[in-house]
Design a protein around this ligand. Structure first.
Ligand code: 6R9
Length: 711
């Protein structure tokens, strides 16, 4: 019972705003959310149709999920197809306490299933074969397509048969390096169908990063396409793969097959560089295979995929998710956090190269039999109204995106240009980016990737959703597989900027530096006390690092790396990373990775990277760079340092600012004092704090003087 205290406060929340005179509250659809409103209530109309319609209903379900996890999750898992059921007496095994031995998390072990079967065949068998599984919207306007569940299954089976034919079997890795074509989720599902482990690498990563991942997971094949158009740019992906494979061969691993999708609208095949014997055109080969492919049944604990993510050291971590628990968890979180109904049209703007695209473009929605919009392009191309054009075109009802996009569209304005012809006063040409679109189909909005600042929340709520749609601000991580702290849109009032309460089965705790749980209104480190089905099971090939990074900092808990505070009503407010990871436009970037890319430049002696507040991206990358003795500062050199980062990681990790540093502030033991660098980067010069422990306090003055000169 003690475990439940952090949600209990929900029961004291009133169920209707009208009844509480001391609160400044609004009800969905009735007024704009303003700075004075600290609570936004679901309307009666919304709640009455919602899957979870009141705090009381949530509390009852939540209590059950915590007090009887086996019963709670077994009941849900039974709605899916299992070739063989898991042993009833042992639904899960967990040890999250390093003091008690190896960390171990297993759910439904011994049960045999297949996630592709559950996402496709099961929905088709239920009569949804002709339902649209995916709408595809290309980069260019009017370039689109769609697949029904049956058509999608056929495409997945053809690819699965091809993969089998080239020798990919259960447990083999396949690297997927594709943009947001339908072929990306198709490739993921095809791997899953035959028990192969997919490892999607975001197609914005450089050849060096791709090679590093290839060498780590040693795939049987790489699936890519020749080129992609993003906005007005063409990016030749196959060239990047070629370079990565030359590099990986040097590091002792050669890939036998590269399957290339010809993305004709971006590049003709005649222009594509080709390696005979290794490269294969998708369109020439895959469609020749049968559209039926037997499922390979796998144990619930067999790996489903690897996804590399940034940590506090230079080497990316291969987060490993297994099949059964991940399946149940992504399906259930999707259903409840978006209050999913079978008539919904769902669009998530994330790329499948990140976890959001795994759990909430591909698996979660398809497991629910949903219709998903897959968008290839850039959300502000050809202009800032593209998203709302897509919303109206497909009648999107659930729209899930990142705060960085909300902020950038907010900056472009909802009412961008008014051209007033003064001779005809009444003739006003409105070119409003948002408001000229209907958006009537929207029902629930979602946010992910970083904390959403209240002003962006309000703009999203008031302007995009016409103050009619609740916002699910979903807090979770690559490691967690699915939502951990999230609103259930019909159940309780929202507070702009708060991810609210834990999802079923999740026990978040806030601990102090000593690892002691703190209660009531408090701030500290966010940990989780129990396992949940979607949790990652290890870091690929490095269980030690898994334990050290996540379970040793606060013994007995999974440590998230995030700071969090809880307010008097029990709402959770995520405050950002507390480790050396920065969050740029919702992308996790390890400062160490950027530093190591900078230092690889022959003229760079040392580098220290910190995150700095950025109006649109949330955080920007600010790099302090010390040059090799005698090398003069120049703009050219800044460019070439930036290029080194683009080359080693990818364009998205390029520093926003390079600050020349004759020296870096270090302690006497040689540790860089990032706290001071953060203050200098954000120009909070009167908050530098105690600099007396520095080996050479003059360094700080030099740094400030240099930044003054530059600005
Ligand atoms: C899903 C995803 C995880 C980190 C996480 C946290 C931040 C994600 C958030 C959020 C506040 C939210 N984060 N969602 N912070 N509110 N709703 O983004 O996974 O790429 O692994 O990043 O992102 O800092 O620790 P991932």
């Amino acid at each position: 019972q003690n475990h439940l205290r952090h949600v209990e406060s929900l029961s004291t929340l009133p169920s209707g705003a009208g009844k509480i005179p001391h609160l400044n509250a609004v009800i969905l659809g009735e007024a704009l959310a303003s700075e004075e409103n600290d609570l936004v209530f679901p309307s009666q109309e919304f709640s009455s149709q919602a899957l979870v319609s009141s705090p009381a209903q949530y509390l009852e379900m939540y209590k059950k999920s915590i007090l009887d996890p086996s019963g709670f999750w077994s009941e849900i898992a039974s709605e899916f197809y299992w070739e063989k059921k898991w042993p009833q007496q042992q639904v899960y095994t967990e040890n999250l306490d390093v003091r008690k031995g190896d960390i171990k998390i297993e759910w439904f072990k011994g049960g045999m299933t297949n996630i592709c079967y559950n996402a496709l065949d099961r929905n088709i068998d239920a009569g949804n074969g002709d339902k649209i599984a995916m709408y595809w919207e290309g980069n260019e306007l009017n370039h689109d397509g769609s697949l029904t569940y049956t058509q999608l299954l056929h495409k997945v089976c053809q690819l699965a048969n091809y993969l089998k034919d080239i020798g990919v079997s259960k447990g083999d890795a396949v690297v997927i390096y594709l943009p947001m074509l339908m072929e990306l989720p198709i490739a993921m599902l095809a791997c899953a169908r035959i028990g192969a482990i997919h490892s999607v690498v975001f197609a914005g990563f450089s050849a060096d990063s791709l090679s590093q991942r290839i060498v780590d997971c040693k795939p049987k094949a790489v699936i890519t396409c020749n080129a992609v158009r993003r906005g007005s740019k063409v990016i030749q992906l196959k060239d990047i793969v070629d370079a990565a494979l030359i590099d990986s061969a040097k590091n002792g691993f050669s890939v036998g097959v590269v399957l290339n999708y010809e993305n004709e609208s971006a590049m003709k095949r005649e222009c594509t560089k080709w390696t005979e014997g290794r490269d294969v055109w998708w369109q020439d080969t895959v469609p020749k295979y049968p559209t039926i492919c037997d499922v390979v049944w796998v144990d619930a604990e067999d790996p489903l995929f690897l996804l590399y993510t940034s940590g506090s050291t230079g080497k990316p971590k291969g987060v490993l998710h297994t099949t059964g628990g991940y399946m149940i968890y992504t399906a259930t979180t999707f259903k409840y956090a978006f209050d999913y109904k079978s008539s919904d049209i769902y669009w998530c703007t994330a790329d499948c190269g990140w976890i959001t695209g795994h759990s909430y473009v591909t698996y979660g929605p398809l497991l629910n039999g949903a219709t998903v919009v897959v968008f290839e392009g850039a959300p502000n191309y050809p202009n800032a109204s593209r998203c709302w054009d897509i919303v109206d075109k497909y009648k999107v009802s659930l729209f899930y995106t990142a705060p960085t996009l909300v902020r950038s569209l907010m900056r472009d304005g909802d009412e961008a240009i008014y051209i007033v012809d003064r001779s005809l006063i009444t003739d006003i040409l409105h070119l409003q980016f948002v408001t000229r679109y209907s958006r009537k189909s929207l029902r629930v909005l979602g946010s992910v990737g970083e904390p959403i600042n209240p002003s962006a929340w309000r703009w999203f709520f008031n302007v995009v959703g016409d103050s009619r749609c609740p916002i699910s601000d979903t807090w979770w991580q690559t490691e967690t597989g699915g939502f951990m702290i999230t609103p259930l849109p019909g159940a309780w009032p929202q507070k702009p900027g708060s991810a609210t309460f834990p999802f079923f089965g999740v026990l978040p705790v806030i601990v102090d530096e000593k690892g002691t749980e703190i209660d009531g209104e408090c701030s500290g480190y966010l940990c989780v006390k129990n396992s949940w089905p979607g949790a990652f099971r290890t870091l690929y090939g490095d269980h030690d690092r898994y334990e050290t990074t996540y379970f040793k900092p606060f013994p007995g808990y999974y440590f998230t790396g995030d700071g969090c505070s809880r307010d008097k009503d029990g709402y959770h407010w995520l405050t950002g990373r507390v480790d050396d990871v920065i969050n740029v436009s919702g992308h996790r970037i390890g400062t160490a990775e950027v530093e190591s890319a900078l230092v690889s430049h022959p003229q760079c002696a040392e580098a220290a990277v910190v995150g700095v507040e950025h109006e649109v991206k949330g955080q920007g990358i600010y790099a302090f760079v010390t040059l090799v003795e005698g090398v003069p500062y120049s703009e050219e050199l800044k460019k070439s340092l930036t290029l080194a980062v683009r080359k080693q990681i990818g364009a998205f990790a390029a520093p926003d600012k390079i600050h020349w540093a004759p020296g870096l502030p270090k302690t006497r033991s040689g540790k860089i004092m990032r706290r001071i660098l953060r203050k200098i980067a954000s120009r909070q010069l009167d908050e530098l704090g105690d600099t007396s422990t520095l080996a050479d306090p003059c360094v700080v003055e030099q740094l400030i003087a240099l930044s003054d000169q530059e600005s």
